[in-house]
Write a protein that binds this ligand. Structure first.
Ligand SMILES: [Zn+2]
Length: 351
């Protein structure tokens, strides 16, 4: 079934509509079944938002001043914009305390954009750097010290995609600690070519030197191996990350989805790439027995709520651990929402 879908997807891409696509209504009904498990993802299926819809699409362009993002769009954070550009008022700041989530995984992000740290016997791997130097200092450096870790031990920084709320703190951290910066080849090219569609004056500088990582490549630091998956969609260079997390005697495999929002306007090819990446990740989840779904925005994976649950956990249940079926359904939900938005563009374009 999965293989036939691939064939259909490919033929559809070649404008050869030989396969009947499921209706938007049936996809929406399926999406609703997963919504309770992933309340932070279901908004991607909302056809009344501007996501993917021409009439509500942001005026994205290759270069130039930033478009204004919606304050409720968690993938280009409201806080990356000056308050006056969003509502004219200062938005309340939510915060998430630095937290040891697994024995080897720590949250040191802000309230609306994540920074995760994997601890190994040979040093730390930081995933994303927040918006700018001030945030990197406030959340990552202070957060690590609060947790008893030394930011000087950061050996690698993974940049999940070419938006500044993920790379903005890298210049500060790189100058301080000289880690190796890792990102996808396509993300690196987009930064170099100036083809990234969104910008914010709040973002720190883009990297000037990185080591690119290929699809399915791995790095190993100490006892931990991190595998990278190119998952184009949210941006062309989005990189998702798979690694093991430890909870006492138990080891679970986690995936961090590298870019979630469909906030790039009515780009049909990009929506199809997103759906394809989310479909491919469903297979990966099953092949690698992935039981933990993480995001680089805490609103997407319910980080804050799950951290609260962590404090009251029963001896067995870890609130970040679900099962292969649940994690697969997260990616099916992401796939469905991209397909729905793609279909919606098609409908909107008909006279
Ligand atoms: Zn982004």
């Amino acid at each position: 079934m999965m293989r036939s879908y691939y064939v259909c997807w490919l033929l559809t891409l070649l404008s050869w509509p030989v396969c009947a696509a499921p209706s938007t209504q049936s996809l929406l009904e399926e999406a609703q079944r997963y919504a309770a498990d992933y309340p932070g993802l279901i908004s991607l299926c909302d056809l009344t938002q501007r996501t993917g819809h021409p009439s509500r699409a942001p005026s994205y362009r290759a270069k130039g001043p930033p478009p204004v993002s919606l304050p409720n769009e968690p993938d280009i954070e409201a806080s990356t914009l000056t308050p006056s550009r969003v509502t004219g008022k200062t938005l309340p700041r939510r915060t998430i305390a630095p937290t040891k989530v697994f024995d080897n995984l720590y949250y040191v992000g802000a309230g609306n954009v994540a920074a995760w740290v994997i601890q190994t016997s040979e040093g730390l791997i930081l995933i994303d750097t927040l918006n700018n130097a001030a945030q990197a200092q406030q959340y990552i450096v202070k957060g690590l010290r609060t947790l008893g870790l030394d930011p000087a031990d950061i050996k690698y920084i993974v940049i999940t995609h070419e938006h500044g709320d993920h790379y903005g703190g890298q210049a500060f951290l790189t100058a301080q600690y000289q880690p190796t910066l890792l990102m996808s080849e396509r993300g690196w090219q987009a930064l170099q070519n100036g083809t990234v569609a969104v910008h914010s004056s709040r973002w720190g500088p883009a990297p000037t030197k990185v080591t690119t990582v290929a699809h399915r490549s791995r790095i190993t630091l100490g006892e931990i191996t991190v595998q990278f998956f190119a998952t184009p969609g949210h941006t062309p260079g989005t990189l998702s990350v798979v690694f093991d997390v430890k909870d006492s005697e138990n080891t679970h495999t986690a995936v961090l989805w590298g870019g979630t929002g469909l906030n790039f306007g009515p780009q049909g090819l990009q929506l199809q790439q997103y759906a394809h990446s989310a479909l491919a990740m469903q297979q990966t989840v099953q092949q690698l027995n992935i039981e933990v779904f993480l995001s680089n925005h805490p609103g997407r994976d319910g980080t804050a709520q799950r951290i609260q649950q962590l404090a009251q956990r029963s001896p067995q249940a870890h609130p970040f651990v679900s099962n292969v079926s649940h994690v697969t359904s997260a990616f099916r939900l992401l796939e469905i929402c991209a397909l729905i938005q793609y279909q919606h563009i098609g409908l909107a374009e008909k006279p």
